[in-house]
Design a protein around this ligand. Structure first.
Ligand SMILES: O=C(O)c1cc2cc(O)c(O)cc2[nH]1
Length: 338
């Protein structure tokens, strides 16, 4: 059986733990592949003819300064097309819609969920380590707190990928459109597939990534779409600027409540929530649950007996490293007994 190499080796050699070969670096020309590093370096140091890019060569002229070199002039050496692409990237990264002058709206957008759904035929031994590593990677890539990341993983699934059953995966990343701009996707495709190569041992060529932009009106939490939440905030903001005092709505979701409700979503970690909400019985348990009318009050907490059963079950399922990783992730938000 294939195993997750996460904990077995610090560095992956040319043949990964999943049995797939690492593709040769595209930056090494075939005739140079057998040369030593010093020999390749010497070849590159030949006097240049000053042409930046010639033919199909992917290496640049040595005449061109390295990034960070102090060269005393500001004019870019890049082709106008490259400059355009670069500025489009930085625009989408740093000047996106999430930098408005409405702090509440900005915060909501900056904390909007990024969801990743991974399916793989590889069997992952340490699911908890793997899932937390991926969540951290995504939190970093999409510049949002770990509490704004959802990761679901299905591993050991039956997967036919490009006519073979060799190790492979599909990954869907769902987020607001502003987070999934073409240049951002290009970069995140490389970095995330590299991350999965390092943690899952599957070569990027055996991974399929789908970036799915989901507009604000198609995402909901707490029974309210993000679009509605933002609309409410904008209205309240406009009212406030105009000095209008609006009575809190019947549903009790005025501006303060809205912001509070979001922060309580985010500040309650998944762990906090899961500890208060009973897990429904599995669908094949034989029990049938009648779906009643949605109660106006929160459901009654489980009785003591059920609570203790749940706690027991949870501790049986817990991965051995769970506690330390939870602390690493959530720090002092957790009480020491959790
Ligand atoms: O996608 C999110 O992160 C998201 C959706 C949503 C909806 C809502 O009514 C909120 O108060 C917050 C929120 N976040």
């Amino acid at each position: 059986m294939l195993e997750n190499p996460l904990r077995s080796s610090a560095k992956i050699s040319s043949t990964s733990a999943a049995g797939t070969r690492r593709p040769d670096s595209p930056l090494v020309k075939p005739q140079q592949a057998s040369l030593s590093f010093a020999q390749r370096k010497a070849l590159q140091l030949r006097p240049s003819d000053g042409v930046l890019v010639e033919g199909s060569d992917v290496t640049r002229s040595i005449d061109r300064p390295l990034p960070g070199d102090v060269i005393g002039r500001r004019k870019s050496q890049l082709h106008p097309d490259v400059i355009r692409k670069k500025s489009a990237y930085f625009e989408s990264e740093f000047a996106g819609p999430n930098r408005g002058d409405d702090p509440a709206r900005t915060r909501i957008l900056n904390e909007a969920m990024v969801t990743a759904e991974l399916k793989t035929n590889v069997i992952i031994n340490d699911e908890f380590a793997f899932i937390t590593d991926l969540a951290c990677h995504l939190s970093n890539r999409y510049q949002r707190p770990i509490s704004s990341i959802i990761v679901t993983i299905q591993h050991g699934v039956c997967m036919l990928f490009g006519s073979t059953f060799e190790p492979a995966y599909t990954l869907s990343i769902l987020a607001l459109p502003s987070l999934l701009q073409p240049a951002t996707n290009r970069r995140n495709a490389i970095l995330t597939q590299r991350h999965l190569y390092e943690t899952l041992g599957v070569a990027p060529t055996r991974g399929f990534v789908r970036f799915e932009a989901i507009p604000e009106e198609n995402i909901a939490m707490g029974g309210k779409t993000l679009a509605a939440e933002i609309e409410g905030l904008s209205r309240d903001n406009a009212d406030r600027k105009a000095g209008v005092f609006r009575k809190p709505s019947k549903s009790g979701r005025g501006i303060m409540k809205s912001v509070k409700s979001l922060s309580s979503f985010k500040s309650h970690s998944v762990i906090d929530l899961s500890e208060n909400v009973p897990t429904p019985p599995p669908s094949n348990s034989g029990e049938t649950t009648r779906i009643a009318t949605i109660p106006e009050v929160p459901p009654t907490p489980p009785d003591d007996e059920r609570t203790s059963q749940m706690v027991e079950q949870k501790s049986r399922n817990a991965a051995p490293r769970r506690k330390s990783l939870r602390f690493a992730l959530f720090g002092n938000k957790l009480s020491p007994d959790k």
